[in-house]
Write a protein that binds this ligand. Structure first.
Ligand SMILES: *Cc1c(COP(=O)(O)O)cnc(C)c1O
Length: 325
């Protein structure tokens, strides 16, 4: 197979990201647990969107875009990283955000402002239809706008995590062992779609286990079906003969009862624990929940395993949850 499509990107981050062993957490849980530091990818405090944006921004530049537009919540890491990528490439960035403009800008929103992004707050309207309208206006006025979907999760953005699995494969060869399981937070699906594709392409042994952060659908589809759709679109567009089955996508839904962005005692306790015992800061929306989920699942697992937790970033959001800590 020809994987030249993995070269069709701009360089926006610092790779490979390091893999660290967690000695105290491993001793407590009885498994060998490592963490991959995609919170250190660069782009205004890092995170998983850097990898996706390397491919999405290349597509934007190829299409002659002068402005990128995207959507999210006010504490969206994806919006912050898109604003940073646009700044780095000399493009304009418009963020279409949920809800009313707050009196005080905090966390990711503060960084968005510093990065020079423009904002449209959707007080009453759905952000998806807000972006659709703005894009239609831009076309009518012949403006070169490039829309980036929720979380950058489409057949182009997912290539960031196909590439990441190649990076991991090389790190496994260097370390001299394979992981048994990989845990990470899954939400708009692009990360998982890329990991599942990359596992097949680069013949990774580890089981890929996404811990779901929210119960909501993506584009009217359950997350499982949405991830499958991204994978099928990528297989088709890039002629990848992986033939992934729906059953190869593993999503755990046991830890998202509180809903998206709602921090619970479980997450607060695990975030504090990892900070105080390993010096690593998780985030209040995604990795806190996924790490807690992994902790619960590993506690029940008897056979000793080599585990990788994939830290997808998001720490800037902690500043808008300060009252919880
Ligand atoms: C966006 C995001 C995720 C989820 O990735 P998806 O590709 O949307 O599933 C996980 N963690 C953090 C910190 C994120 O910002």
């Amino acid at each position: 197979m020809n994987y030249d499509f993995l070269k069709n990107k701009v360089n926006l981050g610092f790779f490979p990201t390091p893999i660290e062993f967690l000695p105290r957490f491993s001793a407590e849980i009885g498994h060998e647990v490592y963490i991959k530091r995609d919170d250190q990818t660069g782009l205004a405090t890092g995170g998983n969107k850097t990898r996706k944006l390397e491919f999405l921004m290349k597509d934007a530049l190829d299409k002659g875009a002068e402005t990128v537009i995207t959507i999210g919540g006010q504490q969206s890491n994806h919006c912050r990283q898109t604003a940073a990528a646009a700044a780095k490439l000399g493009l304009q960035c418009i963020l279409i955000l949920r809800g009313y403009e707050p009196a005080e800008y905090q966390g990711n929103l503060l960084l968005d402002k510093m990065l020079g992004a423009d904002f449209l707050f959707m007080e009453n309207e759905d952000i998806f239809s807000g972006m659709k309208k703005l894009y239609e206006y831009s076309q009518a006025y012949k403006l070169n706008f490039y829309p980036i979907t929720m979380g950058g999760s489409n057949e182009i953005g997912c290539l960031g995590y196909v590439n990441a699995m190649k990076e991991l494969k090389i790190q496994e060869l260097e370390m001299g062992f394979d992981f048994d399981e990989i845990y990470f937070p899954t939400s708009s699906g692009g990360t998982q779609a890329g990991m599942v594709l990359g596992k097949k392409i680069f013949d990774t042994k580890a089981q890929i286990i996404g811990i779901s952060n929210d119960k909501s659908n993506m584009d009217g589809l359950p997350l499982h079906d949405y991830i499958f759709k991204i994978i099928k679109e990528a297989e088709l567009k890039y002629q990848i003969q992986t033939n992934i089955a729906h059953s190869e996508i593993i999503i755990n839904q046991d830890f998202n009862e509180a809903g998206y962005g709602v921090i619970t005692e479980n997450e607060i306790s695990i975030i504090k624990k990892l900070a105080a015992t390993e010096g690593i800061i998780l985030d209040p929306v995604y990795t806190g929940r996924a790490f807690y989920g992994m902790y619960e699942l590993l506690k029940k697992s008897k056979q000793k395993k080599k585990i990788l937790f994939w830290h997808t970033g998001g720490q800037a959001a902690n500043f808008s949850y300060s009252a919880s800590f």
